[in-house]
Design a protein. Sequence first.
Lengths: 355, 434, 277
Amino acid sequence: MADTAIPPDTAPHELGTAARRRPGRPPAPERPRRRPRSRATAGTGRLAALLVSPTLLVLTIVVLYPTLMALDESLYGPKGLDPKTGFISNTEPFVGLKNYTDIFTQAGDRFWNAFWNTTFFTVVTVSLETVIGVAMALIMHRAFRGRAVVRASILVPWAIPTAISGLLWKWIFNADGIANVLLGHQVLWTADGFSAKIAVVIADVWKTAPFIGLLVLAGLQVIPKEVYEAARLDGASALQQFWRITLPLVKPALLVAVLFRCLDALRMFDLPYILIGAQKGSVETLSMLAQNEASNVRFGPASAYAVLLFLYVFLIALAFVRLLGADLIGGAAGTKKRRSHAVRMPRRRVREVTA
Amino acid sequence: MKTNTSRTIQCSAALAAAGLLLTACGSSGGSGSGGSAQAAATSFKGRGPITYVAGKDTTGTVQTIIDRWNKAHPKEKVTFIQLPTDADSQRQQMIQNAETKSDAYTVLATDVVWTSEFAAHQWIEPLPANQFPLGKMLQPVVETGKYRGRLYAVPASSNGGLLFYRTDLLKKAGISRPPTTWAQMTADCTKVKKLPEAKSMSCYAGQFQKYEGLTVNFAEAVNSAGGRITDANGKPDVDTPQAKKGLDFLVDSFKDGTIPKEAITYQEEDGRQAFQAGKLVFLNNWPYVYSLAQKSAVKGKFAVAPLPGLNGPGASSLGGSNLALSSFAKNKATALDFMKFFTGEESATYFLKNASLAPPYADLYDNASLDKQYPYLPDLKQSITKAVPRPRVVQYGDVTAAIQNEVYAALTGKKSSAQALKDLQGDLQKLTAQ
Amino acid sequence: MTLTAKWRQWLPYLGIAVVVAYCLAPFYWMLVSSLRRTGDIFSTSLFPSPVSFENYRSVFSPAQGFTRALLNSLIVAGITTAMSLLLATFTAYAMARLEFRFKRLILTLIIATSMFPVVSIVVPLLKLFTDIGWINTYQSMIVPSMSFTLPLAVWNLTTFFRQMPDELEHAAMVDGCTRGQAFRKVIVPLAAPGIFTTAIITFIAAWNEFLIALSMTNKPDMQTATVAISKFSGATTYQTPFGSQMAAGVVVTIPLVVMVLLFQRRIVAGLTAGAAK
């Protein structure tokens, strides 16, 4: 029994109405058998619907409605100019999927360039942010004195509005700015080229590594100390502790952080736009393309770009949910073994405390 | 027929056009502007509160002028809606307002390059040209407010490029007058750079970062070499030997170091920074630099001149802002009166004195007391009088993007100037064909 | 041996120093730039000399309306955070503790909604809000902001709630608590670090929102801090008001830092309270 830590997702079953408030029932010790999922009761379903619906309602109003409108919009072409009057017509012609096919044919080079830029930024910045963020969290977790100050200070980069931090980095990366003074060498960061990519990566990682750091730190804080004590008694080295205990236990928090960072990075817009500028091939992202179309009053093609970007982001998110669903939402087996192993100890302790 | 078309002719011509092309006018906006073609007095109805929409103004001068108006017209008060400072956001907000057909914005302060686009989309109303003192204004400035020969926006302020140069260094090198041609300018530089204190200096810079400033500088180079980007009818005409000479001046200057290589990242402020730090002998920039540089290390060591060109003084691009009337607004009669008041010579004098805004009115440049306050005014007048507006096309956003792409490629050596101009001509033809 | 032990003792502090330096160095540059005089902004010296508060004076000059803008930001971000957390807590509880059909689908849907580029939903939203008369209201900024804060909050809270041992909850329910009470008295205090962190992140995301706030308001006394900053300008058109932008950046960042420092105790308190139970 001690070796079957409770997989969190089985909990709801016992919480079914029948099991509720049975006075005198001895606390926790016996583990009920795992029941099949399909046994979710009607009551639970109703409660769940009640709890979930406000969120869905809000999201429907603010996102679903505009998104559907954008989808519809993406089927219309730009308004035409009447050469005789010199006026733009009032109606947009229905063009079906032409906006989409145009993206892959006429504007193909620019689209793929933006696609690869977007992917490059996402992969590079999110990887760096994960490593730096986890390191930050570990360091903050170890430090007991001054943690408040440290936590407040790592929040600073994340707290500065992107528009402002874009300006700040633009200033830093100016031809005669502090970055070049410190380097002792003039790099033209904001010129169109690879250095511009690096500038964006540096600024983005600086800004958002704390986001991952904070979420991971919160994940670390809910790990009971007993786990580590037990591991130390077993003679695990610091590195082993990290790989075997810390990482599996913060994995859900870390994954959510990484997922949201990915989604954000895929939609990256303000930072390259402000720091480097519009229409620079080396940093142009898909969002910037969509914005560029919209700013030239071609709402149809702009929506088509937005829809494509949405699909791309959606696929990534879906892959996350599918691959890592067990850690994120629970349910399927998979990583459970390792986790249950790690969690075993504290659960037992906690039980003793409560009992 | 070109400038002050009489109202009746204008109106009937437009009505005829409307009759032929029902789609163009019949459903224009449905906002009560009822066929914006019927310009003139008939459509300027309604009196009451209106709004004035412009970028934020820290000098407080706009509010002062509005307060003056409000005091005299307590029932037709104007509220100042302030937009972000950068022009792109301003344009975006105005377009959003038009797309939602909102009556929140009445009088719009538009950039000189937006007129064609706003007019073609019928976001702004045609204005009765004979009700504004356009004859007293500098002609190139008035042109920026027109689309297909009709007035859609009234000039409120203007701007032109100036050549800032180091008087102290030129004098030491034995040069008494500022250069009027590019060849003179580079020759002067060679002399100046022989001075020990000028050894590490660069010769010239403008705005060469890939943004609107590059279009401005490219247009200046082309126009100053006798070329043009678009002809009088708005057809692209940039693949010419003259235009190539203009672009070559920039490309070659980058190659031989006349323009420092970091200038490829320069916007207005970077150039000012370099000039104030004593890194540049010559700088092409807007007049605003004057008063700021007077407070810097180069104080008293510089002066201004009109931009140089290939064979004589060059042609500047035009800056500045115009007033336009939103098609979806209410109280258009009040709006028209307010526009007259705001763009009047009295207001322009006030803006010049208190906010250093270059006026559209010719005679203000010849005012002795103002010249004392702004020693650059005579040169600016010359600059603006000779100035050429940037291409006036409906798809300005795409046109300027295409220019920036090709010119940037030429400046960074990715394309030859001949190839860049050829490609640019092709791009522009595609864009203006629509 | 003792040497390594000493290293061990000091290593975390060294690490902290590195982390703090990494995070604060660019911020320091912001601070320094904000303390320079307008004429000195191009300087690259590491200390402002002389120190000038002229940028701060211009930020808080009545014409900028920045104090009011800060208050608006506080209201918008505060209500957005409170409402997001409230709704997200319900939803996350269901996700973490209840078994029902379409769970994965709903979670995917929730996250999918946060993916559409804001640039593309602004115009439809603007049309909608113009029709229902929401222009220049707080709700026109709060409700759209929830489109990106709510998914973030739901997902975060779900993972934190799932980390809580169910036994505690069972025990509480066995002791006579209702499900709601058990949740409130046991889970919430225990998940405090997670809830708090989610709150900070939600708040900051809402605090930094710009495009929606810009589009939905056109009255100066309704604008938020980020919108107000975008309206800073130099004395003339082309002059970049870099100094006052940086000063404003410092001003909008400080309240967040103070808030974190203030709430810090709460988390610790929450933790101990949960353990004592």
